[in-house]
Write a protein that binds this ligand. Structure first.
Ligand code: NAD
Ligand code: DAU
Length: 357
């Protein structure tokens, strides 16, 4: 049995679905179901006895500890977080509460559970902390990609809160010997991503005939990784990672935001042509930039490849086609998550950026 936090969110749900598709070991899926958590993502597991879903907050250490004692997992895989940079700019408090204090409470519960295991259980236990490349800050155009030894320099409340959680995890290994592992991954894309993030937002707006908002000049660079490749990396690190180590995860696929949006428009043009015969590119709208916007992220994932033999299976070309097709095939999923709360977020985030709704 493993204990997954945040398993109703984008990456967590993909991870749980992949995990149960690959083996028989069960999952306790612990998720608060914030705006970003969606039980529909787990609909395929409704009658699966290997999947135990529990609604709860990682900040509630007593709840977590009781579940750990009840289910006796051999590992915790920690995805739960507030994850959207723009939301952290509008309201950082939730990011401090969940990403820092929540991770602290989870670590305390893990430590109490782990300390009571016998020697074999202690040695086998793992706490895998899923983090981000954003903790390293921003790169210039000619800088080398981030490695595991790049100094932390987080620039947004989101990345600062993730950096703080990474440091806590590190300290629990160093001080208490808790067998922790940390992964720092680049931008994920794929099925079940909430349409506040660039790729699903552009796909949803394109189909709705709405503007496609590009922050600033659109020349910011991100490294993109298909979500199933991130899930495979997490499984590999859980299996073979060395406690106390951190591993960068990336797709070797740097692209400007503008190139990503052009690619999405071109795929949509071929799969679902606009009624007027024009291109979706005509909907692109340049809007006010994100405050403190990091210019470039790039990940050097050679340690994970060299030491654990992981490489991404998808290229951006194959992964993005699958992704666009998934969103075209699941209009109900998109409609469902575009709830009242989502509509209010669009008002908050985009209204001042140039009236893009
Ligand atoms: P998401 O926002 O889609 O999902 C987060 C999940 O965590 C949701 O199901 C939510 O309900 C749950 N959650 C939030 N607060 C909680 C709390 N206090 N207690 C329990 N559950 C809570 O996020 P995501 O994009 O799937 O990201 C998952 C993890 O991966 C995060 O830690 C994020 O920092 C990291 N990460 C994301 C990316 C990316 O591109 N999305 C890249 C690298 C790392
Ligand atoms: O790098 C990993 C990180 O990737 C994760 O840790 C975060 O959880 C995840 O949200 C993501 O952060 P980004 O800020 O890079 O992702 P987002 O999809 O919000 O934005 C991608 C880029 O696109 C970024 O440069 C901002 C830009 N953008 C975004 C939106 C939502 C736009 O130009 N227009 C938009 O409307």
């Amino acid at each position: 049995m493993i204990f997954v936090t945040g398993g109703a969110g984008f990456i967590g749900a993909n991870f749980v679905l992949d995990w149960l598709a690959q083996g028989d070991e069960g999952v306790v899926n612990f998720d608060k179901l914030t705006y970003a958590g969606n039980v529909n993502n787990l609909a395929a597991l409704q009658d699966d006895p290997r999947h135990v879903f529990v609604r709860g907050d990682i900040g509630d250490g007593e709840h977590v500890l009781a579940l750990l004692r009840e289910h006796q997992p051999r590992a915790i895989v920690h995805f739960a977080a507030e994850s959207h940079v723009d939301r952290s700019i509008h309201g950082p408090a939730e990011f401090i509460a969940t990403n820092i204090n929540g991770t602290f409470a989870l670590l305390e519960a893990a430590r109490a559970y782990w300390s009571a295991l016998d020697a074999a259980g202690k040695a086998a236990f793992r706490f895998l902390h899923v983090s981000t490349d954003e903790v390293y800050g921003t790169l210039g155009p000619d800088d080398a990609p981030f490695t595991e030894t790049t100094a932390y320099a987080p620039n947004s409340p989101y990345s600062a809160s993730k950096a703080a959680s990474d440091h806590l995890v590190r300290s629990y290994h160093h001080t208490y010997g808790l067998p922790t592992l940390t992964t720092n991954c680049s931008n994920n894309y794929g099925p079940y991503q909430f349409p506040e993030k660039l790729i699903p937002l552009i796909l949803a707006n394109a189909q709705a005939g709405k503007p496609l908002p590009i922050y600033g000049d659109g020349r910011q660079v991100r490294d993109w990784l298909y979500v199933a490749d991130h899930c495979a990396a997490a499984r590999r690190v859980l299996d073979a990672g060395v406690p106390g180590e951190t591993y960068n995860v990336g797709g070797w696929n740097e692209m400007t935001n503008l190139d990503v949006v052009h690619t999405l428009c071109d795929i949509l043009d071929s799969l679902q042509p606009k009624a007027d015969g024009g291109s979706y590119r005509s909907q692109i709208a340049y809007v006010q930039d994100r405050p403190g916007h990091d210019r470039r992220y790039a990940i050097d994932a050679r340690k994970l490849e060299r030491e654990l033999g992981w490489r991404p299976a998808e290229t951006f070309e194959t992964g993005i086609r699958k992704t666009v097709q998934w969103y075209l095939d699941h209009p109900d999923w998109v409609a469902d998550v575009q709830s009242g709360a989502y509509a209010r977020w669009v008002e908050t985030n985009y209204v001042h950026r140039g009236d893009v709704r």
